[in-house]
Design a binder for this molecule. Structure first.
Ligand code: PHE
Length: 465
C-alpha cells in the first residue's frame, strides 16, 4: 500500500514544505488586514496565544496521525480502526475545497499585481477596487495559477512539492527583510509600530477572538488534514515535535514580520488600517512608486512575485489533500486525480471570483442571506466562505483532532509515535504540555469559541460585547 506514496527526502525538505504550506497569503495578505480590522496589537496578542497554546499541539497531533498511518486524512482514521472518525477527514477535504476556491482568486490578484508592477503601473494600488472587478482578467490569472499548482502536485512529493519549497521559501524571507528595513526608515513609521505593537485590551471583543482563532488555524494550515497528509510522507526517524516547533515559529515569525513591514507604510501614507482585504494591494504599489521608476519596478515586481510563490506553496498543500484522498482511497492515478480536482475547485471558485467590488455579482451575499453585521467592510461571498471555512470548520476540525488523539487514539500511542526521532520526548515537559493541551485545553476552549462563533456569525447573536 505504502509503496507508491513517496516520502520527503530530508527533514529540511519536510519542514520547508510544511512551512511553505503554512506561510502564504494568510501571513502576508490576511494577517495584516485582520490586525487592522481587529484593533491592532490586541488582535496580535490573541493570535499569538492561540498559535502557541492551541494550534501547536494540534499540529503535533496531525503530523503524528499522518506519519503513523501513512494515509490521507480520511484513510488515516480507517487505518487506526476508527472509521467512524473519518468524518474529520471528510470535513477537512470539504474545508480544503472551499479554502482553495477563494484562495486561488486572491493568488490571482497577487499574480496580476506582479504583472502590473513589471510594467510600472503603480497607480493600480488606488484602482484595486476596479482591478478585482475585472473578472475576465482575474479569471485568466486564476486559471494560470491553478494550473501551476496542479503541475507541481502532479509531480509528486519529492520532485514537485519539496523542490519548489526549498527554493521559494528562502527567497521570500530575504525580500521581506529588505522591505522591512526600508519601511522602518520612513517618517511616521512609529505610529504604525504603536498601532501594531502596543495592545489596547479594551478592543478585544467577540469578533476579535473569532477572527484571531480562525486566523491562527488558517495561517498554520491546521484543522483540515493538510499536515496529516504531509506527515504521511515523513520518515520515521524524523523528530515531529522539533519540526512542528520550527514550522510554527517560521509561520508566526513571517506573519509578524509582514505586519512590522506593512503598518509603518500604512501609517506613513495616511491609509486607514481597517480597510479590509485590499490593504496590502492598496498600500504597497504607492510605496514602490516612491522608490523611483527603476527600483520601484524591481522591488515591486519581486515582492508580488514572491507573494505569488508563497501562495503557490500553500495552494499546493491545499490541493494535495483531496488528491491524496482520491489516490489512496479510490486508486485514481495521480495525474488524473490532480487535474480533475483542480478543475472542480476552480469552478467552485467562480462565485468568489465574481463577487468582488461594489455591485459585483454576489457582492452583497451576506446581506442577502441576512448575516451582515454592523461595521463590516466587505459583504462579499469571499468573506462568507472565510467565515464558514476558516473561522468555523478549521477550529472545529482542530478540536476534533485533539479529542481524537487524546481520547480515542490515546495519549500513549501519540507519545510512542512522537518518540520516534526524539528519544527524550517521553517524560519531558513538552510531553506534559502537549498532553494537557489536547486533553483539556484545546477541547474546552475550542468548544466554547465554536459555539460562540456559530451563534455570532450565523445567527447574529453577540455573546461577547
Ligand atoms: N496556511 C496557508 C496561508 O496562510 C493557507 C492554508 C490553509 C494552506 C489551510 C493549507 C491549509 O496562506
Amino acid at each position: 500500500m505504502a509503496v507508491h506514496r513517496g516520502e520527503f527526502n530530508s527533514r529540511l525538505g519536510f519542514i520547508l514544505a510544511a512551512a511553505g504550506s503554512a506561510v502564504g497569503l494568510g501571513n502576508i495578505w490576511k494577517f495584516p488586514f485582520e490586525v487592522g480590522a481587529g484593533g491592532g496589537a490586541a488582535f496580535v496578542v490573541m493570535y499569538l496565544i492561540f498559535c502557541f497554546l492551541l494550534c501547536f499541539p494540534v499540529m503535533v497531533a496531525e503530523i503524528a496521525i499522518g506519519r503513523k498511518t501513512r494515509r490521507n486524512p480520511v484513510g488515516a482514521f480507517k487505518a487506526l480502526k476508527t472509521p467512524n472518525w473519518s468524518f474529520i477527514g471528510k470535513l477537512g477535504i470539504l474545508s480544503g475545497f472551499l479554502i482553495l476556491s477563494f484562495y486561488n482568486v486572491v493568488a490571482a490578484w497577487a499574480f496580476g499585481f506582479f504583472i502590473e508592477m513589471l510594467v510600472g503601473n503603480f497607480a493600480i494600488g488606488s484602482e484595486f477596487g476596479n482591478f478585482i472587478k475585472d473578472w475576465l482578467k482575474v479569471g485568466i490569472f486564476g486559471l494560470l495559477f491553478m494550473s501551476m499548482t496542479a503541475y507541481i502536485v502532479s509531480h509528486g512529493v519529492q520532485r514537485g512539492i519539496e523542490r519548489a519549497a526549498k527554493f521559494l521559501m528562502p527567497s521570500l524571507i530575504i525580500i521581506m527583510v529588505v522591505l522591512l528595513i526600508y519601511s522602518l526608515s520612513l517618517e511616521g513609521a512609529i505610529d504604525g509600530l504603536r498601532f501594531y505593537l502596543i495592545p489596547d485590551f479594551s478592543k478585544i471583543n467577540g469578533q476579535v477572538i473569532y477572527s484571531a482563532l480562525g486566523q491562527a488555524f488558517f495561517s498554520l494550515s491546521l484543522g483540515m488534514g493538510a499536515l496529516i497528509t504531509y506527515g504521511s510522507y515523513l520518515n520515521k526517524n524524523q523528530d515531529i515535535v522539533g519540526s512542528a516547533v520550527m514550522i510554527t515559529l517560521m509561520d508566526v515569525g513571517i506573519a509578524f514580520l509582514a505586519g512590522l513591514m506593512l503598518f509603518p507604510l500604512v501609517f506613513s501614507q495616511g491609509i486607514e488600517p481597517n480597510g479590509g482585504a485590499g490593504l496590502v494591494f492598496v498600500t504597497l504599489p504607492g510605496v514602490f512608486e516612491n522608490l523611483g521608476p527603476n527600483m520601484g519596478v524591481v522591488v515591486g515586481s519581486l515582492f508580488f512575485l514572491l507573494l505569488s510563490f508563497a501562495a503557490l506553496t500553500s495552494t499546493v498543500s491545499l490541493l494535495e489533500v483531496p488528491v491524496s484522498y482520491v489516490v489512496d482511497e479510490h486508486k485514481v492515478p495521480r495525474t488524473r486525480a490532480v487535474w480533475l480536482t483542480a478543475g472542480l475547485i476552480f469552478v467552485i471558485g467562480i462565485p468568489s471570483l465574481l463577487s468582488q467590488g461594489a455591485n459585483g455579482f454576489f457582492s452583497n451575499f451576506i446581506e442577502i442571506i441576512g448575516l451582515a453585521r454592523e461595521g463590516m467592510t466587505d459583504y462579499s461571498f469571499l468573506e462568507f466562505i472565510q467565515w464558514v471555512a476558516n473561522d468555523t470548520f478549521l477550529p472545529f476540525g482542530g478540536m476534533m483532532i485533539s479529542i481524537y488523539a487524546a481520547y480515542i487514539w490515546k495519549k500513549e500511542n501519540l507519545t510512542e509515535e512522537l518518540a520516534h526521532g526524539n528519544k527524550n520526548y517521553a517524560g519531558s515537559n513538552m510531553e506534559k504540555f502537549i498532553n494537557f493541551a489536547i486533553t483539556y485545553l484545546a477541547p474546552s476552549v475550542l468548544a466554547v469559541i465554536f459555539v460562540l462563533t456559530v451563534l455570532n456569525r450565523f445567527f447574529g447573536i453577540d455573546s461577547i460585547a
